[in-house]
Design a protein around this ligand. Sequence first.
Ligand SMILES: Nc1nc2c(ncn2[C@@H]2O[C@H](COP(=O)(O)OP(=O)(O)OP(=O)(O)O)[C@@H](O)[C@H]2O)c(=O)[nH]1
Ligand SMILES: [Mg+2]
Length: 202
Amino acid sequence: MQIKTAQFVKSATRPGNYPPAERPEIAFAGRSNVGKSSLLNVMVQRKSLVRTSSTPGRTQLINFFDLNEEIYLVDLPGYGFAKVPMAVKKQWGPMIQTYLQSRQSLCAVVVLFDIRRVPREEDLQLLDWLEEYEVPTIPVITKVDKVSRNRRAAQIAPIAEATGLPAEAFSLFSALTKEGRDEIWERLEIAMEECSCLDAEV
Ligand SMILES: Nc1nc2c(ncn2[C@@H]2O[C@H](COP(=O)(O)OP(=O)(O)OP(=O)(O)O)[C@@H](O)[C@H]2O)c(=O)[nH]1
Ligand SMILES: [Mg+2]
């Protein structure tokens, strides 16, 4: 994918505020602080198109970004951060479920896992919803720069086991070294080509 233009479109919490579902769309989801915004910035080759922060849980809205005026990339709100107010936590499930269930133009969701953490209940819940709503899922293990290469397989095994996905299903990524960027783009392009919800050309 050649990146020509990338820009923020809008934030939304409910379908009435989403941009029109007229283009292929890829969303990025995962635990708070897992590195969603960092991954998105690397994918679109912009240093800070998507706000990244060391204060987890700050991105509580569904954020839509335009790429090349051809596709939408969506930064979904993170989950699992203890200090988020209860009222916000309660909104997360319905907000995500509604988006996954209703968004006609959604081609795939990239689900991020931290190489240093075992997936928890919310991660598994998200995978269940994706299966239930038949949304193609692209699992990615990120922050791989945080562990040495010879520790990788041992770190990936419990993530594969908890999610029930084979270890080979995960793309490995680092926002620091940009390892995995090309592989993830290939998977996104395939997902958009296979997307049955739209006949748009990508
Ligand atoms: N070493 C390393 N640090 C990373 C990587 N990806 C993200 N980080 C750091 O992890 C922290 C969180 O990254 P974000 O991209 O803001 O995470 P997020 O998932 O968007 O977080 P929320 O928006 O709060 O849900 C930041 O301090 C990033 O610099 C990575 O691949 N390697
Ligand atoms: Mg973020």
